[in-house]
Every structure is written in structure tokens, then in C-alpha cells.
Design a protein around this ligand. Structure first.
Ligand code: ZN
Length: 273
């Protein structure tokens, strides 16, 4: 059984006053991952692993880690990409497309050319809708998922038009999820990824424990987050393997992961498996 750590961040930001992220701090996190022997992988590698490839075979590292980045924040290119490169890492950018069309946001949001630059530098990309709706709430106003389907189709077509490739993977928006969203995501993408910043998320209009949603179960930990096993992507024989449409991912700027000790413990937890 292999446990793969996976984090998300939304850029170098002081937006969440309590949990700001500086380049300096993110660099220390990458340095720690490097020191402990982790190599970053892309979702193509994850697919190969889940299909039975052995860690350490071909171009799949023995100790994989995923670095996800949500939203087309300018700092992904200006600050985060150089830091990743310093440690020989690369990431995957999941972004909703509406901010790219808003001229008022042009100084803060990556444009299509800049996203193309990230791809050229080795990043993967993934879908994240057009307007970033609350999927749990949307499941009530749009029970058949037609509106969501439209969001997914429009975002995919825009990405294809501007970047020449359609995203194969998807990140659910905010800490929200719904059964109908998952059904729609399954029709278009090979992976669906959650965003975890607490022990629960909003699913089908209900506050739902993350551990329950990812099918692990178990009580919350002392830090107030979900059971430890629910915080990693697990690759192994069928019973233990993570659900491809409910992959977890831990937000760095959260009470669960914002200091280096927490991050170190998280990485060490993957090595103990
Ligand atoms: Zn988002």
C-alpha cells in the first residue's frame, strides 16, 4: 500500500488573514519534502499507479507527492513556479475560467498565455468550472445537473480553444460536493478531487465528515481534522485504494497544515504506511 501526500494552495497570499502564505514558507515546505525523498508526480502517473504500475518503475518515483494549486492566481507563475523548479518539482493547476475574462482582475489573474507558459514548464491543468458554484447548494436548485453540465462543457471548450488540450481531471469547488456533480464529473474526467480545510465538507446540502465521504471513516483527530488515513491518496489493492472521484487534498492555509511541524508530520505519515 502506498500513501501519497497531496496539498493544495491558492497562491502566495495574505487573503486569509489567519493563514497567510509567504514564498519563504512554501519554499521551506518544498525543501522538507525534498529532504524526505519525495518526488512530485502528475495525474498521468497517479493513473498509472492506480492501474497497477509499481512505484519506482519507469518514470514513476518510489515516493510520490502531488502539489495541486487551485485558481489562476498570478503568483503561480511569478513566485510558485520558480520555487518548485528550485526543488525539481512541478504542480497541477485547477482553475475556473470566469476570472480570466474579467479585465478588472487582469493584474491578479493569469492570462491564457501565462497558463500556457506553466504547461510548457511541466505543469498539468485541470477543470474547476466557469463560475465556481457551491456544488452542495447547486444540487438543490439544479437537481438534474444541467446547469453544472453547462459549466463543465463551457470551461472545457474554452480551455481547449486557448490551450489546445482539454482537462482530464477536475477539482470540486470549495469544500463542496454533490452526488449529481460526481455523476457529471465521471462522464467527463478521469479523477475528481476534493478540497479539505476542516473535518467536514458540504455534500448534497448536508454537513458531511470528510472521512465518511472518502470512504475511510474513523473519528476526527486531535487537530480537529479528519482521520489521518483520509488525508492521503491511497494506492493499493482494490479494497484500500482511494476512490478516483473522491480524492482528498489538504489545503496548506488551514488550521490543519499551516505550520511546518504539521506538514512534516503529514509527510512522515505517508512514509509509515
Ligand atoms: Zn476553488
Amino acid at each position: 500500500m502506498l500513501r501519497i501526500p497531496i496539498t493544495v494552495c491558492h497562491g502566495i497570499t495574505s487573503k486569509w488573514a489567519e493563514y497567510p502564505l509567504t514564498s519563504d514558507h512554501l519554499g521551506k515546505m518544498f525543501a522538507l519534502a525534498r529532504e524526505l525523498g519525495f518526488e512530485s508526480i502528475q495525474y498521468d502517473h497517479l493513473e498509472a499507479l492506480m492501474d497497477g504500475a509499481e512505484p519506482g518503475s519507469g518514470d514513476i518515483p518510489k515516493q510520490p507527492i502531488l502539489f495541486d494549486f487551485d485558481h489562476a492566481d498570478k503568483t503561480m507563475l511569478t513566485e510558485i513556479q520558480p520555487l518548485l523548479a528550485e526543488y525539481g518539482y512541478s504542480g497541477t493547476l485547477f482553475f475556473h475560467t470566469s476570472p480570466l475574462d474579467d479585465p478588472r482582475l487582469a493584474s491578479k489573474v493569469l492570462n491564457w498565455d501565462e497558463i500556457a507558459q506553466l504547461i510548457a514548464l511541466g505543469w498539468g491543468i485541470g477543470g474547476h468550472t466557469v463560475s465556481h458554484p457551491n456544488l452542495s447548494r447547486l444540487s438543490h436548485t439544479d437537481p438534474d445537473g444541467d446547469q453544472l453540465e453547462q459549466e463543465l462543457r463551457t470551461a472545457d471548450a474554452d480551455i481547449k480553444r486557448h490551450l489546445g488540450e482539454q482537462p482530464k481531471d477536475f477539482a470540486y469547488t470549495g469544500a463542496t460536493w454533490s452526488s449529481i456533480a460526481e455523476q457529471k464529473v465521471k462522464q467527463r474526467y478521469r479523477f475528481g478531487r476534493l478540497w479539505i480545510n476542516a473535518s467536514y465538507c458540504l455534500a448534497d446540502g448536508r454537513r458531511t465528515p470528510v472521512a465518511e465521504l472518502v470512504g475511510i471513516g474513523g473519528a476526527d483527530e486531535y487537530d480537529g481534522g479528519p482521520a489521518n488515513a483520509a488525508r492521503y491518496i491511497t494506492v493499493g489493492n482494490t479494497a484500500l485504494q482511494s476512490d478516483r472521484y473522491r480524492l482528498p487534498a489538504m489545503e496548506i492555509c488551514s488550521p490543519l497544515m499551516n505550520n511546518l511541524d504539521q506538514y512534516r508530520n503529514y509527510l512522515l505519515g505517508a512514509l509509515e504506511s
